[in-house]
Design a protein around this ligand. Structure first.
Ligand code: SF4
Length: 266
């Protein structure tokens, strides 16, 4: 039976914006991507999401009996010198929230990693658990919200709170990042202000999300530009209905990989 969304508990100290563990204060202190990943994994800034991710972890699902759920924020996954970035929405309750790795252990990840493997950017097509040996080549996957939200719907306030982590991640990746694929309209809305804060120029009016959308963002300081791509999210709603086919996904990823200076196969 589905677990009802939680009632937000009283505010934990970490949700206060003057607490040093709050993303707005902690994220800028991350000196490297691994450093950032460690800080993200300890975040408790959103009381509703903390309660939800931990409750899902305690209660589990019959199909995953025996799993010790991660039940914490899920950091980005992939090399810290990635040229191609993929930004989704948030971890799935029984996917990333269970395994502790982005897009790992759910149907969306099955589709995404199969496509990345098809074009030579992933070492294997399957992602089932953090110790399965999967490597990404020149590619990093992350999300604007690092905790699994009830009904896959973070609130605007949760999205905005988590933005500090994304801004820092984008800032740290700026020396090598040359292309970014956003999976879905929610991610698109979330990533544009983060890109602006990280140092790229986002035009006004803002680019509109569409599958196949493509635009170049100049760097505000004259550094390398970033090419931004839109792609339908790899959710079951899109992949089961044929709105997003494997070839449509491969085509966007292949084009973005070339824009990033990578050398996809096929
Ligand atoms: S969603 Fe982001 S800001 Fe909120 S608790 Fe999780 S990691 Fe922290």
């Amino acid at each position: 039976m589905p677990v009802p969304p939680p009632t937000p508990p009283p505010g934990a100290p970490e949700d206060r914006t003057d607490d040093p563990r709050h993303p707005a204060l902690a994220a800028p202190t991350a000196a490297s991507v691994p450093d950032l990943d460690g800080l993200v994994a300890d975040c408790r800034a959103c009381p509703r999401l903390v309660e939800w991710r931990e409750r899902v972890g305690r209660e589990g699902r019959r199909a995953y009996t025996g799993w010790d759920y991660w039940a914490r924020p899920v950091p980005g996954f992939g090399p810290e010198d990635a040229a191609l970035l993929l930004v989704g929405l948030a971890p799935a309750a029984h996917g990333g929230n269970r395994t502790g790795r982005m897009f790992t252990g759910d149907r969306s990840g099955d589709v995404l990693f199969a496509a990345l493997h098809d074009i030579g950017l992933a070492s294997q097509a399957e992602a089932v658990r953090p110790d399965d040996g999967l490597e990404l080549y020149g590619t990093r996957v992350t999300a604007p919200v690092h905790c699994a939200p009830p009904a896959n719907k973070p609130t605007p306030a949760e999205r905005d709170t988590c933005r500090s982590w994304l801004v820092r991640e984008l800032t740290l990746l700026r020396p090598t990042a040359r292309a970014l694929v956003v999976l879905g309209a929610f991610g698109w809305q979330a990533v544009l202000p983060a890109l602006a804060e990280a140092g790229w120029v986002v035009p006004r009016p803002r680019p509109v999300f569409a599958h196949g959308a493509r635009t170049v963002l100049a760097a505000a300081d004259g550094g390398p530009s970033l090419e931004l791509f839109g792609c339908y999210h790899v959710s079951q709603r899109n992949t089961f209905t044929g709105r997003l086919t494997p070839e449509m996904l491969r085509e966007v990823l292949r084009t973005a990989a070339r824009a990033a200076g990578l050398d996809p196969v096929h």
